[in-house]
Design a protein around this ligand. Structure first.
Ligand code: 3PG
Length: 205
């Protein structure tokens, strides 16, 4: 089983996928993997998500996780569907302990120093910085990284093709996440492939 650090280091960008059923999940995963983005976060925000995780987990090279996991039931469903990592929008002790017990890799959301301290108390040092732009953007991340030297982040929420390079240039940023690779309503594989290849060419500091 890969650690969350290995997963965050596997690609500079994690596509955040909100699937509405208009796109075949296995074909989408094949396009993204072939374009250099093997780490895929399928958010549990639509009724299609668990079936999509099941289908995508079978695609060679794909590292498939469940996003927007907010309770233990969803953790169990994600694990049953074959997710290898779990992303949560925030950090609670109860869910964190359950994910750590599950053996899945874990990326909980933080947006302030208290969140990070609670995470560190649980043995965590890899976090999603969410919502990245609304929480103050890069200046906030820079301030938070100062007292927590060993912590690394995946900023998500408001990241775009245009601002991703600025985030990735910060040494505390391992990767970024975002929905811009698979825009809502866009089912054109060549367009998605183009956005994915451009994202995969970005480099962390
Ligand atoms: C997430 O859950 O990570 C965010 O909703 C992604 O936000 P974005 O649409 O701003 O990329």
């Amino acid at each position: 089983m890969r650690t969350i650090d290995e997963i965050m280091s596997a690609a500079p960008v994690i596509p955040v996928l909100i699937l509405d059923g208009s796109i075949d999940p296995a074909a989408l995963a094949e396009t993204l993997v072939a374009s250099g983005l093997p780490v895929l976060e399928v958010t549990l925000r639509t009724p299609h998500a668990l079936d999509a995780i099941r289908a995508m987990a079978k695609v060679p090279g794909a590292i498939v996780g469940a996003g927007t996991v907010v309770n233990r039931d969803q953790l169990g469903q994600a694990q049953d569907a074959g997710a290898t990592f779990v992303v949560a929008p925030g950090l609670t002790e109860g869910l964190s302990r359950a994910v750590l017990d599950s053996g899945l890799a874990y990326l909980p959301g933080v947006s302030n120093a208290g969140d990070i301290m609670r995470g560190i108390e649980l043995g965590l040092d890899r976090f999603k910085f969410f919502p990245a732009i609304a929480s103050g953007g890069l200046p906030t991340l820079k301030s938070l990284s100062e007292p927590f030297a060993s912590v690394r982040f995946c900023p998500t929420g408001g990241i775009t093709a245009e601002n991703a390079p600025d985030w990735l240039a910060h040494p505390a940023v391992r990767c970024v996440g975002g929905t811009w690779i698979v825009p809502k309503g866009d089912t054109d594989p060549s367009q998605i492939g183009q956005l994915a290849r451009a994202a995969a060419a970005l480099r962390p500091a």
